[in-house]
Ligand binder design. Structure first.
Ligand code: T3D
Length: 270
């Protein structure tokens, strides 16, 4: 079976509408597993979205029935068949680390629309997004230990912060898939919707954010990224530093003017 999209199709589809870029992982026959091309294209698309002032929110989703099944294991099988030894550390530093870092440092909201199974690095990808919205039938699984690997793609960083250490360790050790409903209950996903509503509801939220004070949203993301890894005093100082920046944005001026003039604000993201 072909492991890629139809000839001429890209492994990553990019759609832009109403200030939102929607990135669709497009290797449905292998549940959108990551190969080098998909990782490179996703990183490039995020870089483009970061630089484009017309794009103020990003959605990541998967084509077909899956979100992403993690690293393409067929390519790992080929290493063993050649009699080679896998050197996974270098690949993680060169391909996954830049992707996860880009997701966290990109100062625009990124929403994972988890349309189906998210496993291994596919689960890691979802966890590294700012907000996760799942279809009712979606499942999330660390999966790594089931194929004899430790957690990667930021999973060991984000999972305990999202669900607490005890739950994170169990999910890591077992690699068991949890349902979207259970993921919502433990704080791993923000919202769950019927499959037919998933993209519309995700687009709706993305557009709302994209028409908001997106400079402030970027600063909030930067703040919270920092705050989860430092002590309170450092976090308070960093908030003051960030707010100094926010206070000088056109959006803050507009927010104050709109409030005092009793009208809706028109934010430009500047
Ligand atoms: O290597 C490094 O660089 C280190 C980084 C590692 C990061 C990782 O992500 S390691 C973890 C990799 N992912 C997994 O272990 C998950 C593997 N997949 C599965 O366990 C199952 O496919 C699912 C639970 C995700 C879904 O199960 P199911 O029954 O719904 O579907 P299926 O029949 O297993 O999969 C459908 C097809 O997709 C199938 O191909 P076929 O038989 O129709 O030709 C299957 O082989 C293919 N597929 C699914 N996942 C992968 C994959 N092909 C390559 N790589 C995959 N990860």
């Amino acid at each position: 079976m072909a492991d890629s999209p139809a000839p001429g199709d890209s492994v990553l589809l990019i759609e832009r509408a109403n200030r939102v870029a929607a990135l669709t992982l497009n290797r449905p026959s292998v549940l959108n597993a990551f190969n080098d091309q998909l990782l490179a294209d996703l990183l490039a698309a995020l870089r483009d979205a970061e630089r484009d002032p017309d794009i103020r929110a990003i959605i990541i989703t998967g084509a077909g029935r899956a979100f992403c099944a993690g690293q393409d294991l067929q390519s790992r099988r080929e290493i063993f068949e050649r009699g080679d030894v896998p050197h996974l550390g270098a690949g993680l530093r060169d391909r996954y680390k830049p992707l996860i870092m880009r997701l966290r440092t990109l100062e625009k909201p990124i929403i994972a629309a988890v349309n189906g199974v998210a496993a291994g690095a596919g689960c890691g990808l979802a966890l590294a997004c700012d907000i996760r919205i799942a279809a009712e039938a979606a499942t999330l699984s660390t999966a790594f230990a089931r194929v004899g690997l430790a957690c990667d793609s930021g999973t060991s960083f984000f999972l305990p912060r999202l669900v607490g250490l005890g739950r994170a360790l169990e999910l890591g050790f077992t690699g068991e898939a949890i349902s979207a409903g259970e993921a919502e209950r433990i704080g791993l996903v923000n919202h769950v919707y019927p499959a037919e509503d998933l993209m519309a509801r995700t687009q709706e939220l993305a557009e709302r954010l994209a028409h908001g004070a997106t400079r402030a949203i970027g600063l909030i993301k930067r703040d919270m990224n920092r705050a989860i890894a430092v002590d309170l005093e450092t976090a308070l100082d960093y908030e003051a530093y960030q707010q100094e920046i926010a206070g000088k944005t056109a959006d803050f001026r507009e927010g104050v003017m709109a409030f005092t003039e009793k009208r809706q604000p028109r934010y430009t993201g500047e």
